[in-house]
Design a protein around this ligand. Structure first.
Ligand SMILES: [Zn+2]
Ligand SMILES: [Zn+2]
Length: 349
């Protein structure tokens, strides 16, 4: 393998090792590879006669390792990933936001006419009265206005979270969804040229080269910080958060002390996310929780075995089969421990 063909596989495995679920993108483009003939409906103009209508979420192609149904095929399984890129070494790497527990702020920079109605720049946000005409050119300026209105700072100038520059000059800020929270993607709901990738959407991973250019990680930061509280509030306010309809379950392990302060809350949230996970997302949620708790072990002075125990309890609560859950917990915790968090501010160092 040459360096260039090894690169997408290397990136995909690196992401998967951190519990991010990946799927292949058609070489040179940014759309997922087409599935097998049975699974590809084709286009409206050219429908695929061999397509059989079925639910992509439960398609047997996933278990067989075929990359059908785009983000629905996304996985953290290194064997499946290795096999995909062995067959398509030039495929780009997509990261499925929801299964990866990611909320990605997509700041567009494609110009276009600024909305004349200033209220549409950042709906619901009070803006300074003295915005000069022509000073708002693209999503970067709108984001700067939001950051200023919230008296916040956003990773980016000195990246504190993985930030990817897109071929069109835009930016993707990657954030971890706070444990137990679920988000939906929307375009422009937060602000003009500010889109959100979450849930069923995906982002192109850094290192992927398309016909339009390369997606590159900015600066040296390769870790993903938790979604800042101020931004989570604005995303909630603008309809990006999905709230569970079910009442929260009572957790049997609450009495067990696991760290203090920030760590105790993080542990509690991760366990709750696992215990309340729905079939279909339970495995991904468990993998992510084990990884996240692994990253916290050192700062929280937590015992590996104790963490494994409470995670097993939570997995059982969610109805996950014991042996499968134990294997996922072991590998997730170990992977997280290899990427320890060293600060407690939520920005992984
Ligand atoms: Zn298929
Ligand atoms: Zn299928």
């Amino acid at each position: 393998m040459t360096t260039s063909t090894a690169e997408p596989l290397r990136v995909a495995l690196w992401l998967a090792a951190q519990s991010y679920a990946v799927h292949p993108l058609a070489p040179g483009g940014k759309v997922p590879v087409r599935g097998c003939t049975r699974c590809s409906p084709g286009t409206t103009e050219r429908p695929n006669p061999a397509y059989i209508e079925h639910d992509g979420r439960t398609c047997s192609c996933h278990a067989a390792g075929r990359p059908c149904h785009g983000v629905l095929a996304a996985t953290t399984d290194p064997h499946r990933i290795a096999r995909w890129w062995e067959h398509m070494p030039a495929a780009g790497v997509g990261v499925a936001a929801g299964p990866s527990g990611l909320v990605i702020l997509d700041v567009d920079c494609h110009g276009g006419d600024m909305p004349t109605d200033l209220e549409r720049l950042l709906p619901g946000v009070e803006l300074p009265a003295d915005i000069a005409p022509g000073s708002i050119v693209d999503g970067r300026d709108v984001l700067a206005l939001l950051v200023e209105a919230r008296r916040a700072t956003l990773p980016g100038c000195a990246p504190e979270t993985l930030t990817v520059r897109t071929p069109s000059g835009g930016f993707h800020y990657w954030f971890r969804a706070p444990a137990g929270t679920v988000w939906r993607p929307q375009a422009g709901a937060l602000g003009w040229q500010l889109d959100v990738r979450a849930g069923s959407s995906y982002a192109v991973a850094p290192g992927t080269v398309t016909r339009d250019g390369a997606y590159t990680a900015l600066g040296d930061c390769r870790t993903v910080a938790e979604l800042p509280v101020w931004l989570a509030r604005d995303l909630d306010r603008t309809g990006h958060r999905i709230r569970p309809e079910r009442p929260r379950v009572a957790l049997p392990w609450r009495s067990r002390r696991m760290g203090g302060g920030y760590v105790a809350t993080a542990v509690e949230n991760e366990l709750r996310a696992v215990a309340e996970a729905q079939p279909g997302t339970r495995n991904a949620t468990l993998n992510r929780a084990a990884f996240n708790l692994g990253t916290l072990r050192v700062v929280g002075h937590l015992e590996h075995d104790q963490l494994a125990d409470v995670l097993c309890d939570a997995a059982r609560h969610a109805g996950l089969p014991g042996r499968e859950a134990e294997a996922a917990i072991r590998s997730g915790l170990s992977a997280g421990e290899r990427h320890p968090r060293t600060t407690l501010t939520g920005a992984a160092a």
